[in-house]
Each structure stands twice: as structure tokens, then as C-alpha cells.
Design a protein around this ligand. Structure first.
Ligand SMILES: [Zn+2]
Length: 255
């Protein structure tokens, strides 16, 4: 589904909203240099589910260390890979995830995080005209194909809710107007990069959400567009813990 990130297209605010369903104003994570992610810890979906169901959880992250605080601090156990290349870290995440999924009994919730597409976007531009960027997406797509295949071989395959989401989009700075380029430099402090994000331009907010599970039978687009705030309600719905007081919508309820 074509979807929207937060207006602040920066990883820590966006992933914090994914984990909690809270808006940026509510969780107050506005940038990546955050020391205290306590609110994310106390309000995220893993803790909400754990309070009611006896779940086990595991996280696997590649190369961007704040992810361990934002997404992985609440899981029962996690592993962090920081190899020489980001792609190598992503491959280790993928191999670890497949190893876990091949076990007869595996954690109820697994959160893998891949970083290479963002890195390549910064280096070569977030653009369909960038061969490196397209190659990085295809590389991830291949890895994810292996993951889906592994889940499908499991006896409990039909019970799984699979959500693939990214935190934000991005642009090639060449594609920005002169005024936008100056704004980009001022608001992000980044110079001399080919691709970027961090502002509220539509291209930077433009993301996808892919969902698969027993409650999703058709290919369809939603209007208004889903947002990152819908991820948490969607996961809670899977555990029969959805309530309408949440900011976002459960995507299972919109047909
Ligand atoms: Zn980035």
C-alpha cells in the first residue's frame, strides 16, 4: 500500500511511532541524537502484548545502533550486527532470521531491521534512475523472498502476520529545486550527499507498507493512505488487543 511516514522524515521519530502508535508530539522523539527512549520502552506494542499474552520476542538489527534502543530494548533477546559493510550486516540479519524461522519453536514476535537500502540511497540517490539504489532494493527483495519461503514451510505459517515497512522515503538532491536544496542543507546540516531525507517533502514521506496474514485476502489500496501510526494498531488487532482509542487504524478493519 502506498503510505505516509511522519512529516519529520528521520529514523528515530518514525520508528518510535511504529513501535508505539504515538505521534511525534506524543512520544517527543524529534531527532536521532536521543539518549532516553524510555517512553518508547513503556508504551510499545511488545509490552502491551506481553501484559496480556505470554509471548516471546526477538530482535535482529543491522549497523544502526539506535535501533537497539528504539525497537529492540523491549524484546526478550536481541543481536546487533555491525560488519565492515552495511550490506554484510544485512546479510547476517537475514541468515540469523532464517535460522530462527527454521526452528520448530521460534519466538512469537521477531523484529528484523535492514539498513543497506537507506545507506545506498544516501550515497547514490533515492531514485529509480540510480542503478545502485535499484540494485540495493532488489538485493533486499531477494533476501525477503527467502524469508517468506522459510515462513511458508512452517507448520504454523498461516498464523503469521508479516509486516514490511520503511521509516521514510528520500530524494536525490539533484531533483530538488534550488530553494529546496538550501532548505535541505539548513534543516539537516548535511552537505555533499547525493540522496537525503529529513524534511517534510512528499517524496520523503512517501513509503510503502506491505502486510500479509489471515486477515488480508486481497490486493487493495487504501484511502486515505495508511501511515506509520497504523502499524501498532494492526499488530495489536492480530493479538485481539485493538482498541479504537489508538491514533492509527487497524489495517485489517479497512476493506
Ligand atoms: Zn537515511
Amino acid at each position: 500500500m502506498y503510505s505516509k511516514s511522519l512529516e519529520t522524515t528521520i529514523s528515530a521519530p518514525c520508528w518510535s511511532s511504529v513501535m508505539t502508535g504515538l505521534s511525534e508530539e506524543e512520544h517527543e522523539i524529534h531527532h536521532n541524537e536521543v539518549e532516553d527512549y524510555n517512553i518508547i520502552y513503556s508504551t510499545n506494542f511488545i509490552n502491551k502484548i506481553r501484559e496480556v499474552n505470554g509471548i516471546t520476542s526477538y530482535g535482529i538489527a543491522s549497523s544502526w545502533r539506535p535501533m537497539c534502543q528504539i525497537m529492540l530494548r523491549s524484546v526478550d533477546d536481541h543481536i546487533f550486527y555491525d560488519e565492515e559493510s552495511v550490506l554484510e550486516s544485512d546479510r547476517k540479519v537475514n541468515n540469523k532470521l532464517i535460522d530462527i524461522l527454521n526452528q520448530e519453536i521460534c519466538p512469537d514476535i521477531i523484529i528484523p531491521y535492514f539498513n543497506n537500502v537507506d545507506m545506498v540511497g544516501h550515497e547514490y540517490g533515492f531514485s529509480i534512475n540510480s542503478k545502485h539504489y535499484i540494485d540495493a532494493i532488489e538485493e533486499f527483495d531477494n533476501m525477503f523472498g527467502d524469508i517468506i519461503e522459510t515462513i511458508n514451510k512452517r507448520l504454523d505459517a498461516k498464523k503469521w502476520l508479516i509486516i514490511i515497512v520503511t521509516d521514510h522515503g528520500g530524494v536525490s538532491l539533484n531533483d530538488l529545486s534550488a530553494k529546496e536544496s538550501i532548505q535541505y542543507g539548513e534543516s539537516t546540516g548535511c552537505q555533499n550527499v547525493v540522496g537525503g531525507h529529513g524534511m517534510s517533502l512528499l517524496q520523503m514521506q512517501n513509503i510503502f507498507i506491505i502486510v500479509n496474514g489471515i486477515d488480508f485476502k486481497n490486493h487493495y489500496e487504501l484511502f486515505p493512505q495508511p501511515t506509520l501510526l497504523d502499524i501498532c494498531p494492526t499488530i495489536l488487532f492480530h493479538y485481539s488487543l485493538y482498541n479504537r482509542n489508538l491514533n492509527g487504524r487497524s489495517l485489517q478493519l479497512i476493506k
